[in-house]
Structure formats: C-alpha cells, structure tokens
Write a new protein. Structure first.
Length: 758
C-alpha cells in the first residue's frame, strides 16, 4: 500500500508573512481577557460565548478541555483562562464540515491547506468513509461504519493486528469501556498520547515512590516555601496554574523557574479575573530564572543536591525510616564536579548555590515539571533525580510539599487510571477479569512508537483512534505516514478535521462525536461523564450546548456500538451506553479506589483517589520504601557546528490544533515555520532575523531534512534552537526515544542549519 498519490504529509503549507514584535513581559491581563472574548465571538457568536464561559469548570458544568490543571473547588464565577476559552470556542464553533464539503474537496486538495485552515472549517457533522482508490470522502451510516470495522477485525483473525489509540480528552466512562472492549477482544494494544507526554513521569515515579502520579493537592501551593517550575510553560499551557503560583507567592513562597527560555507567564502576571474586578496591577512571579541549556537539568539537579548535602538540609529521620538508596545518591553527586555542572547547564556555580540555598531553607517544597523534562532520552532518569532532591529534604507526603508532574490533556491521567495502558499490571488485570468476567491477555501491547513500527511491517489491519491526530502528533512524519498507509482500515473518532483524516489506510472512516461542551442525551435521560485532573481529583463533566449536528454520537455510545458489532460475548453493551450509571457500577467493582463511584462522584467537588505517598507517606514498592534512584549524567556534548533543537508549543495552538498564527508572548506572528535562535549564533554565521535556512537533523540512522525555515533572534542559550510542534516533527527520528519510557525525544534533536539547497 502506498497511500493516496498527491497526499504528502510534509509539504510546507504555511506561507504567510512573518512579523516579529518584542516579547511580552506580562502574561494574561487585559489582552488575555479580550483574546478569550474575540475567539469566542468569532467562532460561537455572543449567546453561546456567554453561556459556555460561565459554565466552564463549574460544579454542574463541563470540565475545561484545555488542560488538566485542577479547579479551585470549582467555585469562582469565571474560572477560565484565555487558552481554555479558546479551546472551548474552537469546539463550540458554528461552522460545519458536512458531506458537501467532502464532495467539493479531494483529500489531495485538502492536503495543500494548512492545519490552521483545516481546523477552522468547523465541526465534522456526519460519519464519512474514504474507500480504496477514491479521493473523496462519502457519507456512510453509523451502522455500515461499524459493520466495516467488524468485517476488518474478523477477516484479520489475530486481535493483535488491531491497535486502539486514545488521546487524553476521552472521559473515564468511554475509556473504561474501550479498554474492556479491547481486552475482551484479546489485545493490550492500547497506545495513547501519554506515551509521547508524561510516560517518563509515570515510569520514573512508579519506580521511585510506588505510584506513577504526582503527590500534591492544589492547597499545597498555599503552604509551600519554595516551588521549582522546571521545563514547563504555564503562561501558555496551564494558565490557571499562574493563579496558584501567585497565591503561593503572596503566601511567601519563592519560585524558581528552570527553562532555556524566559517564558512570559513566569516573569510577570496579571490575573485576567482581577481585570474583571477592575484591578490592573501585575505581579512578579519567579524569583529566579535559571536559563539552563536544553538537556542540562540533570546536571543542575546534581548541583542543587550538592548544596543540600553541604548545608545538611536533609530530613535524616525520613531518609532512615522510609527510603533506600540514599548513599548511592551521595556517592554519585559527590563524583560530579562543579566544572561539569557549569559546562552542562551553562549556569554558574553562584546561581546554582543561590537556588540551592532557597531550597535548603524551605520547610516545604514542590517540584513541578512538564515536557521540558519528559521528552528527553534521559526523561525517566532526570525525573528520578528531581525526586531524589525532594526526598532528601523530606518534601513528600506533608503539607505544602511534593512532586507535581503537570499533565497535559484534560483527562490523560484518568484514562490511564481506568485502564488505557499497553502494559497493565497483573493486579489491575486480575481485578478487571474478576469484576467483568473476562480473561484479559497478559502479553504487553504496543505503545505509540511500537505501533508505528508494527504498521510499517504490515502487521496492522485496524487502527482505531479515539480522538487525537496521530500523524501530526507522532515523530518522523514521513515514516509514520508510510506505516499508516499500510493499514487496511484507519478509523478516527473526531470533532474537527485534521491531518489524520488525509493520511490514512486503504480505507478510512471518520466518526464524528460529541464534545465536552455538548448535551449528551441517552434513552435514560441526560448524561454526565467523569474525569480525573492532574491532582487525582475525580469529578463530573456535563455539557449544556445543543450538539453541533444530530448525527453526532457520544464516545461511550461509539464504543458500545463498536463492541456490539465486533464481539459476540453475551454482554449487553448497548444497555451500558443507555445509562452511564451502569458503566460506573462496573467501574466500582473493577477499579481500585472507585468504590461507590456513582455516589461519591456526585458530590459537587468530586473526590480524591487514594495516593499513598501523599496521604500517609506510604510507598507501594517491593520493600515498602521510597527509592533514591540515581544516574550517570547524560552526555550533552554536540559538535560545534550542530545545534540542539527543542520543539515547543506556541500561544495559539492546542497540540496539533492551530487556532491562529500568533505566539503573542514570544512576539512571533503570522508564520510558524520559524527557528528561535541566539543572536550571537546568528551574527557568527552572518545571518539576521528572517534569514531562511533548511534544517537537517542527525541521528544514528541518518539525516532528515526540512526546507524553508525563518530565523528569529531570541533570548535562548547559544547552541540551542527552538521550533514549533507539529511542523518540526518530520525531523524527529522514530528511534530517538527516552530510555525506559520510549517517549520520542521531542526536546532533544541534534540539527545543523544550511543555506537553502546546500
Ligand atoms: N494552550 C495550550 N495548552 C496546553 C497544550 C497546548 O498545546 N496549548 N497542550 C497540553 C499538553 S498535551 C501538554 S503535555 C502540556 C504541555 O505543556 P509544556 O510542557 O509547558 O509545553 P511545551 O511547549 O512542550 O513546553 C515545554 C517547556 O519546556 C522548556 N524546555 C524544553 N527543553 C527543556 C530542557 O531541556 N530543560 C528545561 N528545563 N526546559 C526545557 C521549553 O522552553 C518550554 O517552555 O500543555 C497542555 N496544555
Ligand atoms: N514534536 C513534538 N511532538 C509532540 C509533542 C511535542 O511537544 N513536540 N507533544 C506530544 C504530546 S505532550 C501530546 S499529548 C501529543 C498529542 O497528541 P494527540 O492527543 O493525538 O493530538 P491532539 O492535537 O491533541 O488531537 C487533536 C484532535 O482531537 C480531536 N478531538 C478534540 N476533542 C475531542 C473529543 O472530545 N473527542 C474526540 N474523540 N476527539 C476530539 C479533534 O479532531 C482534534 O483534531 O502530541 C505529542 N507530540
Ligand atoms: Mo501532552
């Protein structure tokens, strides 16, 4: 199978003029509040804008699809942020993509449009099929769509030739049914976006503290003395976190920001909701910005630990009673020289000692991180070093202290809790089997990178995606496209048009679903779903808007219909989707910590899932102790003619969804094919901003090239460059993944820059 001729996933499609303005020093404030309203009004109209913005994150409203940051007790009248408002407006937009649209445009024509254009066409309104050899999608009934899937699975014979992907917006109910379906069918092939996201956090924390999740609550931020924010850009990606940081700061916390870029939100912050109260002042957030070189965090943390050891800022009793492996950390840290730390981090000793002293003085510290740590070859290792730093001071399982991996997609953590995992534990499967009367397969399934490899070898007949945009989110775009093209049937359950509808298998289906903001009515009445936020709180989410089209179906209904069509297992799958309480009853029995689920989740603020390190300083590891696990520092040296590239998010995107072409805080407008680069590196080469170059990435399996990128002079360490995801994904080698978590190293790609054509 070679895919449809004329559809190339790597054609540059964004040719607007680049405008460069000064970077912003203050995040949020009036521009954020107006930007929320403008996006809302443009896409939804006035009445829908008001209705959605007042119901987001309210106890009886829907959970914001923007990110997984928790809500302060679901209470303030306007608990939204600029980017949450954009996510909501984007879902609730009035424009529609209907069968006429697909008659008008071939997939080849659509593939010449930009991501921004595709997304702005509106909500997909009807199930569509792209038949073998055809270049246009045609309408198909829901029934025929499920029959097509069922036939593909039965012709295939081997359940492991089917792969079921999940993006992290899927509700607990839909995700639970989905994994029950896959395991009843006989496969653990359940890759998810987490494999590209916080997998390194899950693996690192699981080994160290016996649970693959964070250990803080929102209230802990009010009681912390010091907060580290490492490899994270909350001003854009978790704007509501800035409120928690502001409150922490007002309560006396010191905030240390570790990032190659001086990200705006952490410099100064003006609360958008204060603006509503006519209060216009802005506040400093970070006390220190440590401009670490890309990949220098492990060395930095070694430096910070050196200071703790020197000042004896250690919780000796905790270390003795509740941990193991401390001596290994001491030996390892002592063997790291300051000279090496300064070289790897690009920081000087004095700066690191200053930060180290802030931590040493603190009685309660929190460490927050996101993709700047996880998407590195040593992602698991560096998270374990951060854990070591927190453990040595006893900063876990006490008020104001703990570990805080800040999750991305709004229910990515919940999906994993309810069983979306290619490598489930035996305890999880045993309980699932007993409660649901199935025999789950024990063989591990494939993760994202392994799924791409299996597709490329011709080993996948059905690739079913519950949300997401696989071709754009994954690395090595051309290689992944080759894999997708070899699949017999690719299925996308989607709300909006994206590239995964254009780069497909021999046959392709688009199944349009309800979004978070929409009413979900089933035969037993109006339904709600449940989600888990970044801090382990499970709560309800209920949309209130009229669905974008009468042909949309809920994700639980789609899974039930899929299971009914494919399986002959005696379960009344459709009954489950008629009343989601029945799904939750099943979850109560099948999942640890979900007892009396229906009752407990109905309390207005939801409930906390058990978290032994947080709740009682208990560690569910083999020896019942928290583990200090230390690692050799990674080799961060690259040849002098090469750069280290990180791929990051702009202010106007949600992952692969491009809302607009502005990266307001960084002052980059109109074009996304840009490279942020240190001015001295540019001068050395005789280049200026807007100069156009080609990027070549270098890996053990060879080179990858992408043409036509414009330079933007920026405050970034020398030798480091930054580009936007997903445009730069073509340069990320499929085999360049983190040890143990297999997460693509989207923040560490060794590149060289060349005059066009050279
Ligand atoms: N508006 C909006 N919100 C989102 C998303 C979105 O796309 N748009 N995506 C959601 C998802 S799925 C996720 S996972 C999160 C992502 O949230 P983030 O992790 O904040 O997103 P990234 O843009 O990938 O940025 C990573 C940050 O790490 C820094 N960084 C890169 N390499 C290094 C390094 O080696 N060391 C250090 N210390 N820092 C480094 C970058 O400069 C950048 O500031 O946001 C979620 N929320
Ligand atoms: N180079 C590089 N690559 C990266 C990253 C990076 O930082 N750099 N980040 C990685 C990370 S952290 C992540 S999480 C992944 C994201 O990977 P994905 O989760 O696969 O991608 P998204 O862009 O979030 O998916 C967007 C699509 O989801 C669909 N959608 C939206 N809402 C719903 C809904 O309610 N239901 C359903 N069924 N569909 C819906 C819409 O059709 C939309 O087009 O990308 C990863 N890829
Ligand atoms: Mo993510």
């Amino acid at each position: 199978m070679s895919g449809r001729e004329g559809v190339s996933p790597t054609t540059p499609r964004d040719t607007n003029t680049l405008k460069i303005k000064t970077t912003k020093s203050v995040a949020a404030g009036i521009p954020a509040a107006t930007s929320s309203m403008v996006h809302g009004l443009k896409k939804m109209g006035i009445s829908k804008t008001v209705k959605t913005l007042v119901t987001v994150n309210q106890p009886d409203g829907f959970d914001c699809p923007g990110c997984a940051w928790p809500d302060p007790e679901h209470s303030t009248a306007f608990e939204f942020c600029e980017n949450g408002a954009k996510a909501v407006a984007d879902e609730a937009m009035k424009a529609k993509v209907n069968p006429n649209f697909f008659e008008k445009y071939t997939v080849q024509e659509l593939s010449q449009k930009s991501d921004f254009w595709l997304n702005s066409q509106g909500r997909i309104s009807t199930p569509m099929v792209l038949k073998p050899g055809s270049n246009n999608y045609e309408e198909i009934s829901w029934n025929d769509a499920f029959n097509l899937i069922s036939k593909t699975v039965s012709d295939s014979g081997d359940p492991n030739r089917s792969v079921f992907y999940t993006s992290g917006r899927t509700s607990n109910e839909a995700a639970f049914l989905y994994q029950l379906f896959a395991r009843t069918l006989g496969t653990n092939n359940m890759p998810d976006c987490s494999n590209m996201c916080h997998e390194s956090s899950g693996r690192g924390l699981g080994e160290a503290i016996g649970i693959g999740k964070g250990t803080v609550t929102l209230d802990d931020f009010n009681h912390a003395d010091a907060i580290l924010v490492i490899g994270q850009n909350p001003g854009t990606n978790h704007p509501r976190m800035l409120t928690a940081l502001r409150d922490a700061k007002r309560n006396g916390a010191k905030i240390i920001h570790v990032n190659p870029l001086p990200e705006t939100g952490l410099v100064r912050f003006k609360h958008p909701q204060d603006y509503m109260k006519l209060s216009f002042g802005s506040e400093d957030l970070a006390d220190m910005h440590m401009q670490v070189k890309i990949g220098g965090d492990a060395a930095l943390v070694h430096g910070l630990m050196k200071v703790q050891l020197e000042l004896d800022a250690l919780d000796h009793q905790f270390i003795k009673q509740s941990t193991s492996g401390f001596e290994n950390v001491v030996d390892n840290v002592n063997s790291t020289t300051w000279e090496q730390i300064e070289k790897d981090t690009g920081l000087n000793r004095l700066q690191i000692e200053t930060a180290g002293r802030i931590l040493a003085k603190s009685n309660a510290s929190i460490a927050c991180w996101a993709m700047g740590l996880t998407q590195h070859r040593n992602g698991v290792a560096v998270i374990q070093e951060v854990t070591n730093l927190m453990l040595m001071g006893g900063h876990i399982g006490k008020l104001g202290a703990g570990l805080c991996p800040v999750r991305g997609h709004s229910n990515v953590q919940g999906d994993r809790t309810v069983g979306i995992w290619e490598r489930p534990s035996e305890a999880f499967l045993q309980r699932m089997d007993e409660a649901c009367g199935i025999t789950s397969p024990r063989e591990h399934g494939v993760d994202v990178v392994e799924a791409i490899k299996q597709m490329r070898s011709g080993g996948v007949d059905l690739f079913f995606c519950m949300g997401g945009n696989f071709i754009s989110a994954t690395p090595d775009t051309e290689v992944t496209a080759e894999g997708l093209n070899r699949v017999k049937l690719t299925v996308q359950v989607s709300t909006k048009l994206n590239w995964s509808h254009l780069v497909t298998g021999e046959t392709a289906l688009i199944l349009p679903c309800l979004g978070r903001t929409e009413l979900d009515i089933q035969p037993s009445g109006e339904q709600f779903v449940t989600v888990e936020n970044s801090m382990g709180v499970v709560h309800t989410s209920k949309g209130g808007l009229k669905p974008a089209s009468p042909d949309l179906r809920s994700e639980p209904w789609i899974v039930s219909s899929l299971a009914s069509a494919v399986l002959d297992d005696g379960r009344d799958w459709m009954a489950l989707s008629e009343n989601y309480d029945l799904i939750r009853d099943l979850m109560s029995n099948a999942l640890a910590g979900f007892d009396d689920y229906n009752e407990r989740v109905r309390t207005p603020t939801g409930f906390y899932l058990p978290n032994p390190p947080r709740d009682s300083r208990t560690f569910n590891t083999a020896d019942g102790k928290a583990h200090f696990i230390t690692h050799p520092l990674p080799n961060v040296k690259v040849d002098s003619d090469k750069f280290v590239m990180m791929t990051i998010r702009s202010h106007d995107q949600y992952n692969t969804t491009i809302y607009d072409l502005h990266d307001r805080y960084r002052g980059v407008h109109g074009n996304r094919r840009i490279i942020l680069m240190n001015a001295n590196d540019m001068i050395e080469r005789g280049w200026k901003s807007r100069h156009v170059v080609d990027i070549v990435s270098h890996f053990e399996d060879g080179e990858r090239r992408s043409d036509g990128w414009q330079l933007v002079a920026y405050d970034i360490p020398r030798g480091n460059i930054a580009t936007y995801f997903p445009e730069a994904n073509v340069l990320i080698p499929l085999d360049s993944t983190a040890e143990k978590s297999n997460t693509p190293t989207s923040k560490w790609i060794v590149c060289s820059l060349h005059e066009p054509g050279n």
